[in-house]
Design a binder for this molecule. Structure first.
Ligand code: ASP
Length: 332
């Protein structure tokens, strides 16, 4: 007499990713610009990022994104953004197609267009993270891709995920954003992190100080948005004008790769250096931030100052990107 065997299911239904319409407002969406984030959405991502941090500190990893694949497509150099997206995906149990070692190893070197590359990658992946030298490239990729595209920097345009982690860091370190005096220093013209962070800050009651050499002033279009938002704003060439009152000193690198005239770059590249002497004039409760890499704008001797927040800022990038990946993949 034959006995019936109990069949073991081939897969556990609990492991099957949820459909893309479970709605936290982010599910299935592209992340192209900070203009997509109002305060409730920011609060949502920040809350999720804190949960991610608690989870990582407690157990290191989870299975939240098990079965999902991220394609990381970088046409420009990156250390933190690419590594943190990869770490974020892996800590949530997902996997990564990394095209981050230079697209010279992909079919881009054979002349493939961005549109075709993203339409190829979406055959394998559930989400695409893109860095590209041209302003508008992330939107173009999103227009072609049916999976979510996350902008990891489009030339001198925007860097929305950096701005999210910057804002999160400010809130985390100082307990608030409203009421702060925030000074941005360096290359305000080409620095996409400055552009995105400034636009996000328009939603808060902050005072903004922009410190740059004349040729690297904030683009007029963004300055007009700041003025229209009614914020207290001033521009100067000198860090000494802002150091005593700043709650946040957001320092940036002069973006050499955006200059067509390298002689002009040489003229401005060493304009600022934050030193311990300068920090001695700053408030006791303030922070120094930098999106990194730094190439001389912050002296190494400042690193030991508890107000130097730039490496804590780096760590926050992973939690923010974990929160974002979970949100766009509908695993909120
Ligand atoms: N890592 C930042 C960016 O990709 C800042 C910089 O490169 O200076 O925009």
């Amino acid at each position: 007499m034959s006995t019936l065997k109990t069949l073991t299911p081939l897969f556990n239904l609990d492991d099957v990713p949820a459909p893309r319409h479970t709605g936290n407002g982010f599910t299935g969406q592209d992340v192209i610009s900070v203009s997509q984030f109002d305060r409730p959405r920011l609060d949502y991502i920040f809350t999720r990022a804190r949960e991610m941090r608690a989870m990582v500190k407690r157990v290191g990893a989870s299975d939240l994104l098990k079965g999902f694949v991220l394609a990381c497509l970088f046409y420009e150099p990156s250390t933190r953004t690419s590594a943190s997206f990869i770490a974020a995906m892996e800590r949530l149990g997902g996997s990564v197609i990394p095209i981050t070692q230079g697209v010279q190893f992909s079919s881009v070197s054979k002349g493939e267009t961005l549109a075709d590359t993203v339409r190829t990658l979406e055959q394998y992946a559930d989400v695409i993270v893109l860095r590209h030298p041209e302003i508008g490239s992330a939107q173009l990729a999103a227009d072609y891709a049916s999976v979510p595209v996350i902008n990891a920097g489009d030339g001198a345009g925007e860097h929305p995920t950096q701005a999210l982690l910057d804002l999160f860091t400010i809130q985390d370190e100082l307990g608030t954003i409203d009421g702060l005096k925030i000074a941005m220093v360096g290359d305000l013209r080409y620095g996409r992190t400055v552009h995105s962070l400034t636009k996000l800050l328009l939603q808060y009651k902050v005072s903004l100080r922009f410190v740059s050499p004349e040729i690297l002033r904030l683009p007029l279009t963004i300055m007009n948005e700041v003025i229209d938002a009614g914020l207290d704003v001033r521009e100067t060439h000198d860090v000494a004008d802002v150091i005593e009152n700043a709650d946040v000193l957001y320092v940036t690198r002069v973006q050499k790769e955006r200059f067509s005239d390298l002689a002009q770059y040489e003229e401005v590249k060493d304009h600022y250096e934050i030193t311990p002497e300068l920090m001695a004039r700053a408030k006791q409760k303030m922070i120094v931030m930098h999106p990194l890499p730094r190439v001389g704008e912050i002296h190494y001797a400042v690193d030991a100052d508890p107000r130097a927040a730039y490496f804590r800022q780096v760590q926050n990038g992973m939690y923010i990107r974990m929160a974002l990946l979970a949100a766009v993949l509908g695993r909120a």
